[in-house]
Design a protein. Structure first.
Length: 146
């Protein structure tokens, strides 16, 4: 007996309502800004300029871990930038940003100013994707209260 996997994954994207032009453009702009900022952060970790080294060491990470963090960040960001893998990329970026929250909390940085900054950034990661991806919108519908 052959199982039909495609019927289990929800409706095809062509059957879902398309986002409005405004939502699509806003989502694209947000996603492009997120991608550029995350790529810049990842490349800076690979290049290891003095401010990046000092900042990472202050968070308690040894220097040999910086390149690995940069590779993970660039890889996750590239997945996020590719439409077919954008949800996987967003999941990986969320994990990376969660680690940043843990690192900042561990060294007792100000909660709302610095510790929660990666959370705010993750909201932009998912917000940009939500505005432009009909499958994600179907998976997590936002309903209005009457």
């Amino acid at each position: 007996m052959k199982s039909d996997i495609s019927s289990q994954s929800g409706p095809p994207a062509k059957d879902l309502p398309r986002p409005s032009k405004g939502a699509l453009w806003t989502g694209c702009v947000i996603s492009i800004l997120v991608t550029l900022l995350m790529l810049m952060d990842g490349v800076m970790k690979l290049a290891k300029p003095k401010p990046v080294l000092e900042g990472t060491l202050q968070l308690g990470f040894p220097e040999y871990t910086i390149a690995g963090m940069g590779i993970a960040l660039v890889f996750s960001t590239v997945l996020y930038a590719i439409p077919r893998t954008s949800i996987l990329g967003a999941i990986l970026l969320t994990g990376y940003l969660g680690g940043a929250v843990a690192a900042l909390a561990r060294v007792d940085k100000p909660f709302f100013g610095q510790t929660l900054f990666p959370v705010y950034f993750a909201i932009f990661v998912w917000g940009g994707l939500y505005l432009r991806n009909p499958r994600l919108r179907a998976l997590v519908p936002v309903m209005r209260c009457n």
